[in-house]
Design a protein around this ligand. Structure first.
Ligand code: DON
Length: 319
């Protein structure tokens, strides 16, 4: 679908134009009914496949929302880049890279093969292995301290207190044997940095934090804004860490489909199995979307469509 799109400039179009395009984008893809709502975490299957929210937050703090942008859902893998950012901030980018890696696996998000044969470890913090290892590096000597750090700091990214979705947490905790196995395998390679069972549990809680599409847009806009939340004006991470996180998102944010995604949008993005997505347009703003039906790789079908459309129409492609 070739469309005439504006050449990328250093800023978003006018505020009114962005609001109009966000509404148009939501209407354009509203009736798309492809994909499958995730059910390997049983509680996720309860969520309506009709929900659809699209939100752009500019680095100037402007909010442009259409559809179900205040509906709360569990953040899932969209938490991964933000936790990686926080770990870089705490231990520095060199140690973070040495411990977690920054290369793509070319495989599914929960691949075990990617840990064993070639890499003997985490690969990168956007897949489960690297994300559980990143979570294990949170400051604190106890699981409670580490969890508090993650909940508090992710809330600062969103600019409001994020709460646990108890039903999703219980449901995933009862069915996360694969992640427990991944964490044990990491332990065998000396690639996890806290008790593997406790680290997996904190990671499961992290994935169960409730967010809205608007929260995701604010979090993405914070990465677009050099680490300062554009609504609260609080600095969450240093600019240099935004650059590293965005590089890893480009490489691995949509797992084995990251190349297709970059080809279509020209932007760093991250998806999650509950149907949330973030996309970052450095210096301009962040996009948060929510639409539960997923493609084969576990990425929101409508989220990808609407992001490609908005990247073109808003002139966001980095290249
Ligand atoms: O670890 C899991 O399986 C989930 N908590 C998160 C996976 C996820 O969101 C992958 N995304 N597309």
């Amino acid at each position: 679908t070739t469309q005439s799109s504006p050449i990328s400039t250093g800023h978003l179009p006018s505020s009114d134009r962005v609001t109009t395009l966000v509404a148009q984008a939501r209407d354009r893809f509203h009736s798309v009914d492809q994909g499958k709502v995730a059910d390997y975490i049983p509680a996720l299957a309860q969520v309506s496949r009709e929900l659809f929210g699209v939100c752009v937050v500019g680095v100037d703090g402007s909010i442009h929302a259409a559809g179900d942008t205040d509906y709360q859902f569990s953040i899932q893998s969209v938490s991964k880049p933000f936790v990686f950012a926080l770990i870089c901030q705490v231990i520095g980018e060199d140690e973070a890279r040495a411990k977690l890696g920054v290369n793509s696996t070319g495989r599914a998000f929960d691949s075990v093969i990617a840990i064993t044969k070639i890499n003997q470890g985490t690969s990168n913090p956007m897949v489960n292995a690297g994300a559980i290892a990143a979570t294990s590096l949170a400051p604190g000597n106890t699981a409670a301290d580490k969890w508090q750090f993650i909940q508090t700091e992710l809330s600062r990214f969103a600019g409001r207190p994020l709460t646990l979705n108890e039903a999703v947490y219980q449901s995933e905790a009862a069915t996360n044997q694969r992640n427990q196995g991944i964490a044990k395998l990491l332990q065998a390679y000396d690639r996890i940095f806290f008790d593997s069972t406790e680290a997996t549990d904190i990671y499961t809680k992290q994935c169960s934090l409730n967010v809205t599409a608007k929260d995701l847009a604010v979090m993405a806009a914070t990465l677009a804004n050099g680490g300062v939340n554009p609504l609260t004006q609080e600095r969450i991470i240093d600019p240099v860490h935004c650059q590293h996180v965005l590089a890893v998102m480009v490489t691995a944010g949509l797992y084995e489909n990251s190349g297709d995604w970059l080809y279509e949008t020209g932007l760093p993005g991250k998806s999650g199995v509950s149907g949330g997505m973030v996309t970052v347009s450095p210096g301009k703003g962040g996009l948060g979307t929510f639409a539960p039906p997923l493609d084969e790789a576990g990425n929101s079908v409508k989220g990808q469509l609407v992001t490609q459309f908005l990247s073109e129409q808003l002139g966001l492609n980095l290249f």
